[in-house]
Design a protein around this ligand. Structure first.
Ligand code: BGC
Length: 252
């Protein structure tokens, strides 16, 4: 099946057709800069631009950096607050003129990692964490996703975890790898205390530099590995969600 994935992020809106056999993009992705303010209306125009670039006709999956239930965006920690309570899937479908399935960005990246990347074939509890502007989480039990877990907002020493251990915080506070790794370690220890996963998959752009910080993380029982799909995980996961929606519609 041919599907299209769009990854809506704080800095860019990226999309491409997705090959679900390989878990990869079939063409080089198209990226437009996220407008500021990133209102639903302005972002919908960008999604349309990305889809039109490929002349795409068919199902689309899109990610959003917040809680999404039944196509409605419920939170907006790092984007315009106008998204809260918006029927975003409806808005995007109407603007693009094609069916759009919407899901949380970390859930999408996690689904792609479980199907094609670092979590492939892994059973038990697996937690995918994306470290970026915020911290996203995707929790899987025997490959099945528990959506919208939002573990980046756990409280750690009186602060929201993503305000202490995201890569944005590392940059803003100019933390050394050692200093930042200590914060990530405390965060992982906290998540481990709550969920006892067998595997942590660390995603987000920083997973490309895993050799700089993963060796500094000690004292965690679970195995810790970098994400394999890196930049394209969100787009691939969005494509998977689009395909799942088509299958569900056909069956129901
Ligand atoms: C949001 C999550 C999102 C994560 C990564 C957090 O601030 O609440 O929904 O997955 O950032 O973008």
């Amino acid at each position: 099946m041919s599907v299209f994935g769009v990854d809506i992020g704080g800095s860019g809106i990226k999309g491409a057709p997705v090959d679900l056999d390989r878990g990869d993009l079939t063409e080089e992705r198209c990226k437009v800069l996220t407008p500021h303010p990133a209102t639903p209306d302005a972002v919908a125009d960008c999604v349309k631009e990305v889809v039109t670039h490929f002349g795409w006709q068919g199902p689309i999956g899109a990610t959003f950096p917040g809680v999404v239930t039944h196509g409605v965006t419920r939170t907006a920690a790092n984007v315009d607050k106008g998204w809260i309570g918006t029927d975003a899937a409806g808005l995007l479908s109407e603007r693009v003129g094609l069916p759009v399935t919407l899901l949380n960005d970390a859930d999408a990246a996690g689904m792609a990692e479980m199907a094609y990347g670092a979590g492939r074939g892994r059973s038990g509890t697996v937690i995918v964490l994306t470290l970026g502007t915020g911290i996203g989480s995707a929790v899987f039990v025997d490959g099945k996703l528990l959506p919208n877990t939002e573990l980046g907002h756990l409280e750690l020493h009186g602060h929201e975890a993503e305000k202490r251990a995201s890569t944005k915080v590392k940059e803003d506070e100019e933390l050394s790898w050692e200093h930042w790794a200590r914060r990530v370690t405390k965060y992982l220890a906290h998540v481990e205390m709550l969920f006892s996963p067998e595997l942590f998959v660390i995603g987000g752009g920083v997973s490309r530099k895993a050799d700089k910080f993963l060796p500094l993380i000690e004292g965690i029982q679970a195995e810790i590995v970098p994400a394999a799909l890196q930049n394209n995980a969100g787009i691939v996961g969005a494509g998977m969600a689009a395909a799942a929606a088509v299958t569900t519609t056909a069956a129901g």
